[in-house]
Design a protein around this ligand. Structure first.
Ligand code: DGT
Ligand code: CA
Length: 579
């Protein structure tokens, strides 16, 4: 009972607090804002169930609650939401609400960031902080930037589902510490992380050892553990200091493959596996495959699949999306690998909103072994992100020419990420675009337009003869902005007809196109490009997340534009490439 009433009280308090914050961002009347703040505080500290106040018609007894708020509380208690808040949310960018969730950022700061730097979502906030653009605002400094970055990290870890990068970092932390133990024979992350899903709920780790008790003792007392949820002789669950759940399980070597297969999932894949076993008169569980009572497989996953008459299925494909049929027919795709990627065709520098110079980006890209990169700073309309005017483009081009002379073993392409304006026109005229080696077009505004408008804008961009790539085609930002509505079929058709590649953006919050859309794009004959959209050198290593999406989309090397060596790189305006 105590639980249910605190939940309702908390909900009302949260809704009123959200309203106060949005009103403050919108610059509304101070007294109205204070009224919501006060009501929120009073309800949060109420010792009794707010529903009882509604039933007994005593809401007005709560300090700060007048007629208007009384009606709103009744609506929240009966419907668990408030129409007024939903309407208010439509007046400000979706991502701004997420920004308010960053620890340490209140409505005043959010408003300042929005007005001065047009920061509308957490990804943009992170970029601007990395690029050192926030320190110059009134009342801010380098320390504020550091605090904002720390707050963003924390926010990412407290989301209901973690993004792939956070999940991988946490899992690697645990694996690195556990694999040092001599009792650990094998260790693997399992679950959705091993399948490289774009978001992950919790971390599953599987270990093979003949001394499970020791492993359990070490696992549950590692420095990052906040509390132990459950601990048995072979399995345990803990919560990290950032509230992330990690489950570990120890099995013996004979069943390691079977258990790894089971805990890698997906659930749908597992169900099909079991059905397949039953059809063959076998029993499959997390300990192995059994014929009568005899275990005939279990040590490795390869052996498990083979025993069922299947070729090995990569974890990224285990979603029951046709992998069994393909495996039985021997036509599973030869999935693209990170080593297949020959260059990164979307990145920024200090010429626009990046945090590193072009030369620093070049040096790091060379370290990663790339044959070519494209430095694609923002276009003139995106002033807030330091978009380049035509004079600056000339200067940038000259600097790229110099860099190309200085660094012989990497080709640096001169390009731009050009805004597709709200009316569908590109932010530079064709006369400017034709001077570039590569043109990326992207939507950065007008997200809330109806589907037909957005679709039309993207199609028009595809038809521009200088546009090579549509970047982050659906605009989604995990945690702060949903994908915008568009007609994929129409976009795929235009992309194919005009030989325009669609991007898988490797930013963990984007990973857009996603796995399902990328696979549909391939089936529609569209080329995919995997880029990092790096804004600092540290971002360049995110390519692996984009590759993961491609693999989950069944893509092979030849489906990806930037797996080509430089001389085979097919860009529309190939003629102007500095070969
Ligand atoms: P998540 O955690 O929501 O990101 O996704 P998963 O896939 O990691 O799911 P989780 O952690 O609940 O379970 C890990 C694996 O265990 C899952 O991928 C498949 C297996 N599993 C869990 N529950 C079931 C079940 O009810 N039936 C079967 N066949 N397998 C299950
Ligand atoms: Ca999981």
């Amino acid at each position: 009972m105590t639980c249910s009433f605190t939940v309702k009280n908390k909900l009302v308090a949260k809704i009123f607090r959200d309203i106060a914050e949005i009103l403050e961002i919108k610059g509304e009347n101070y007294f109205r804002i204070r009224a919501y703040e006060k009501a929120s505080q009073n309800i949060e500290s109420l010792p009794d169930d707010i529903e009882a106040f509604v039933k007994e018609d005593k809401l007005k007894d709560i300090p700060g609650i007048g007629k208007d708020l009384e009606e709103k509380i009744k609506e929240i208690v009966s419907t668990e939401k408030l129409d007024y808040l939903e309407k208010l949310k439509k007046d400000i960018p979706e991502g701004l609400i997420e920004i308010l969730n960053v620890p340490g950022i209140g409505p005043k700061t959010a408003k300042l960031l929005y007005e001065k730097l047009d920061i509308q979502d957490v990804v943009m906030l992170e970029r601007m902080a990395h690029a050192g653009k926030i320190r110059d605002l009134e009342g801010m400094g380098e320390k504020t930037e550091e605090n904002i970055l720390a707050g963003i990290e924390l926010l990412k870890k407290t989301r209901e589902r973690l993004d792939l990068k956070v999940a991988m970092d946490v899992a690697e932390g645990f694996v690195t510490q556990l694999e040092k133990l001599k009792d650990v024979k094998k260790i693997n992350p399992a679950g959705s992380l091993r399948r490289m899903k774009d978001t992950v709920r919790d971390i599953d780790v599987l270990i093979s050892s003949s001394n499970p008790q020791k492993i359990m003792d070490v696992f549950t007392t590692l420095p990052d553990v906040k509390n132990v949820i459950a601990k048995g002789p072979t399995k345990a669950s803990i919560r990290t200091k950032d509230n992330i759940q990690v489950d570990a399980r120890v099995v013996d070597e004979l069943s390691y493959g079977a258990t790894l297969m089971y805990f890698t999932g997906s659930k749908e894949h597992n169900i099909k596996l079991r059905q397949l076993a039953i059809k063959q008169g076998l029993k499959l569980n997390e300990y192995g495959i059994f014929k009568a009572e005899k275990r005939i497989a279990g040590k490795t996953e390869e052996e498990m699949y083979k025993t069922l008459g299947l070729s090995y299925i990569e974890p990224e494909l285990r979603e029951d999306r046709g992998e069994f049929e393909a495996s039985l027919k021997g036509i599973l795709p030869d999935l693209v690998k990170i080593e297949d990627i020959k260059g990164d065709l979307h990145m920024h520098s200090t010429w626009s909103d990046g945090g590193n110079s072009m030369e620093e980006m070049v040096i790091k890209s060379r370290e990663l072994g790339y044959e070519y990169i494209a430095i694609t700073d923002h276009s003139q309309g995106l002033k807030i992100a330091g978009g380049l005017n035509t004079h600056e483009l000339d200067l940038k081009r000259k600097e790229i020419d110099k860099l190309n002379k200085k660094y012989k073993n990497i080709k640096i392409l001169f390009g731009s990420e050009v805004d597709i304006n709200s009316d569908g026109n590109l932010d530079y005229p064709d006369s400017v675009l034709q001077e570039m080696d590569i043109v990326i077009a992207a939507i950065h505004a007008g997200f809330k337009q109806p589907s037909s408008f957005i679709t039309e804008r993207i199609i028009k961009a595809c038809h521009n003869k200088y546009v090579n790539i549509i970047a982050h085609p659906t605009g989604r930002l995990w945690g702060s902005r949903d994908a915008y509505d568009m007609d994929f079929k129409e976009v795929f058709k235009a992309a194919k007809d005009t030989n325009t590649a669609l991007e898988i953006n490797s930013f963990p919050e984007r990973l857009d196109l996603n796995d399902i859309n990328s696979r549909m794009a391939k089936e529609a004959g569209v080329k995919i490009v995997i880029n990092t959209d790096s804004h600092i050198v540290g971002n360049l290593s995110m390519m692996k997340f984009g590759v993961a999406v491609a693999r989950r989309a069944w893509l092979e090397k030849n489906d990806i534009l930037n797996t080509a060596i430089f001389s085979k790189l097919k860009l529309k305006n190939l003629g102007v490439l500095p070969i």
